[in-house]
Design a protein around this ligand. Sequence first.
Ligand code: COI
Length: 354
Amino acid sequence: MIETLDIEITQTKESRLPQIDFANIPFGRVFSDHMLVAHYSGGKWSKTSILPYGNIPLSPASSMIHYGQSIFEGLKAFRTDGGETLIFRPWANWERMNQSAERMCMPQVPKEMFVEGMRQLVGLDRGWVPSNPDSALYIRPFLFATDAALGVRPSEEYIFMIITSPVGPYYNNPLHLKIETEYTRAAMGGVGSAKAAGNYGAAMYPAKMAQQQGIDQLIWTDAKEHKFLEEAGTMNMMCVIGDTLITPPLTSTILPGVTRDSFLTLAKDEGFKVEERRISTAEMIEAIEQGELKELFGVGTAATTAQVAKLTFEGNTYELPPIEGRVISNSIGEKLLRIKKGQEEDLHGWNTRF
Ligand code: COI
């Protein structure tokens, strides 16, 4: 563990900032000037460095490449109207990263390295935090195994890094989702609740099959019976049936989303009825057919509040209620965004401000 954070900073000689057209940036394709790097070896973390963004040398035998010990996080920094920079709930992502690390036999990332390192990195690249309304600086911390060894065992060496990327919304339009009942994202006792890189790679083939039919993303169902809704891989799922906001409970197959938690907290604050419970596919379809399904949407750091306009299940496609009338997701989604941008009081102390 490290007690205080002593960061060695090497600044870029020439910023790429003047070349960036902030009005037209595809998600996650443009990276800010600097990155944070720390190495773990012999049971200890090295000094943390901030360097110009660039490629890193890696052994082709790095165990992360072969056996997938690789985890990541996603969070965002916002610019306030007064020009300050806010990072939303970095402590929550630090805790989740360490839960993922535990599950994947990887070392714990010290809090100072994660939170203070991130603050210094974002502070140095504060010019990259977009000010246009739908945009933010996406922050991607990640940890991966670097032992040059082909034996299947936990690596002894790791690299922790943070890169940042100015982004707009992950999804630009209301979504057409499909309830997936053939393939599985995660099984009980597996790594579904860890933010493990392999979860995302494994989900690509079923998502690609659906995309070939014009569907944007999948809502996964439980591995055992394919009867209960889980999450969508890029976001947690929520719905409003009648007047109640419902989301599947956190199990070993669902990522404990920071946006999910924030959304539920604000909905309870506002006095909406909230239930964390299993939702069966039968209940969802019956609610649609009876006009009781009022809202269906995903929540995530990248996805923000992503409205679902159409839902496909077992070959039938259902048109969902108009998005303008969705009281809970629209009001809570907007409130959350205003808190993140410092436009509304941060009653839960979620923002780190600098
Ligand atoms: C996030 O919302 O930060 C994610 O990690 C989802 C996705 C971009 C993989």
